[in-house]
Design a protein around this ligand. Sequence first.
Ligand code: BGC
Ligand code: MG
Length: 543
Amino acid sequence: MTVSNPTPLTSDADWWRSAVVYQVYVRSFADSNGDGIGDLQGIRERLPYLRDLGIDALWLTPFYTSPMIDGGYDVADYRDVDPMFGTLADFDHMITDAHALGLRIIVDLVPNHTSSAHPWFQAALAAGPGSAERERYLFADGKGEQGELPPNDWESIFGGPAWTRLDDGQWYLHLFDPAQPDLNWRHPQVRAEFEDVLRFWLDRGVDGFRIDVAHGMIKADGLPDVGFNSMTTGQRQSELLGKGRLPYFDQDEVHDIYRAWRPILDSYPGGRMAVAEAWAETPQRLARYIGPDELHQAFSFDFLDATWSADSFRKVVDTALAESTIVGAPTTWVLSNHDRQRHVTRYGDGAEGLRRARAAALLMLALPGCAYVYQGEELGLPEVLDLPDELRQDPAFLRIGESRDGCRVPIPWSGELAPYGFGPEGSELSWLPAPATWRDLSVAAQTGVPGSTLELYRTALRIRRAHPALAITGGITWLETEPGLLAFSRTAGDAVLTCVVNLSGVPALVDGYGEPIVASQALTGQDAGHLLPVDAAAWFERR
Ligand code: BGC
Ligand code: MG
């Protein structure tokens, strides 16, 4: 088959419908100045790597001015770059270079809450109870005789009450850390401010936004109790994420916000998009975030959460495809991100986890729609499970002992010693230590090595770009198989591409699908027919 070079940036307004977006956790991607912290200039220097990998766009996690209590998801200035990551000029250089290489840039927007260091929150603290300044956040008086009890039973996602009391007696709401006060999205100034922030970054050339906690901005009227929490019944309210309704998530009114944003995005040329990090009770409610008058995409966390079985994946894929077809938006697949245990480890860790992760990559990249790749998954990185507690920085670790640091360890680029080329030549610093086993997983160690995970991703992404059956949007055709296998085809004219995944626990005969063009493990049994090993996937082509 023919393989084309990455295409330069075109103004195709629908680029996001089938894009592969690479998530950069800025702090851990590449450090240009040797301070042990990834930065914008580091990203800029590594853009050729991403171009060669074959992705279409980068999503950058927050790099804005921040006290970094929650890794930058606590923003103190939405229009500036934190000195830790560089300057606005660095951003401009980075995006210019990215566009020249044909790569689009998506930035993270954090509208549910600001940092407590944000000038608005500082003004609210100074102005006191009853002030106009407090109306931009969710301040309330407490319950109990002296107002000594929180206004309701809401719980922070990071554990503990979602309310903190100030010395003046009032409480304020923070669905995450106390350093992340929730904004009042019924306040016109809040709405106007974020519309302006959108324009600020659109004017700087960004191609899209990832909307943080997109389901959270509107809280139910009257701030009603949930009815239980870990203090009363031992069940954490966050266990309802994606399964049930909470008065602080997925309220109908939140959609007004996106209906106001969409015309702003549409008023810029080149297909500016937004992807929702949204949690909703059902796939149907999730689909309400996407479509022609709201956001362009919403991550399918059901895909990420699917267990390693054919039934589980098939169900999730069918539901997501059906829902997105109804609303005319692409499906949005994701296996890992900066909040979740890396999928190598989720699928069993070690050799088994890696085998499955590689197969899952071929499954995801063969599906229609958009796919998000989290930095390092192309290297087959596992979760780092044994970070010393004193190095962990996730605020959730201090509150509930859960830490997301293990998926945020800096990327190994090259060399024999940690931090494996994360910083400039000779730099020994990295904000989290990489394990010794990562020497063999570095970009340099895998480049050009047949069968490496990096080369598997490169090959799959190259085929995905070039193959007519994968280039088109549209559905899939499931093929009948033995139990425990997944097999589906995508067709464009005479070209048929079939993806087969073996989750059955025994090698599977895979004849009749055409020529194998990429496999997560080498096929065996050439004489008696092709055998797909356990936990492997392969793509077959017929023209
Ligand atoms: C982000 C997290 C962050 C939280 C609060 C999430 O959905 O992905 O990393 O801690 O929002 O902003
Ligand atoms: Mg740095």
